[in-house]
Design a protein around this ligand. Structure first.
Ligand code: FES
Length: 176
């Protein structure tokens, strides 16, 4: 099986990899970040994994590109996985889902990154899965990636993009 972590989502895959390894699985781990200094748990995951691949957006370590690029390459070269699991930015998880879909590989993603209060009260983690409304913190956080409505999810995540930019800009000014 393949386990994929992006950015801080790499911390989420560590317990997955450890348990799956303890259960006797052959683990291919793929981790990625924007740059080499942001790669997490490389040594720890490397020690648990049968194979480990790294990608960075800027090419400062491993493959220049994304974790899904590495996964695509492995699949194109004939590699096969029973299950692919991924945690990280929603954009990355969508790319992983679209990479495995044509190969009909069961793909599980963690929607932990979209949670805010984690109690079922704030509604920020609302997501449509298989045509039904779900809350990541109550009904998940792990879901079948091929059933998640990523278009709707991405649109919702962009809803306050302008306000977030203004807030970041104002906070940066105050720190100067
Ligand atoms: S994180 Fe607030 S409802 Fe799920």
């Amino acid at each position: 099986m393949a386990v994929i972590g992006g950015g801080v989502g790499t911390a989420l895959i560590y317990p997955w990899v450890r348990s799956l390894k303890e259960a006797g699985n052959y683990i291919t781990t793929i981790i990625g970040a924007r740059s080499s200094s942001l790669i997490l748990l490389e040594k720890e995951l490397g020690a648990l994994s049968n194979e480990i691949y790294i990608s960075t957006d800027d090419g400062t370590k491993g493959v220049k590109g994304f974790t899904s690029d590495i996964l695509r390459q492995i699949l194109e070269q004939g590699g096969r996985f029973d299950i692919v699991m991924a945690a990280g930015p929603v954009l990355m998880m969508r790319a992983v889902a679209e990479t495995t879909r044509p190969h009909n590989i069961k793909t599980i993603i963690s929607l932990n990154p979209i949670m805010v209060d984690g109690t079922g009260m704030c509604c920020s983690c609302r997501v449509t899965v298989d045509g039904k409304t779900r809350f990541a913190c109550v009904d998940g956080p792990d879901f079948d990636a091929h059933k998640v409505d990523f278009n709707e999810l991405m649109n919702r995540l962009r809803a306050y993009q302008n306000e977030e930019k203004i807030l970041c800009r104002d906070s940066a000014r105050k720190l100067r």
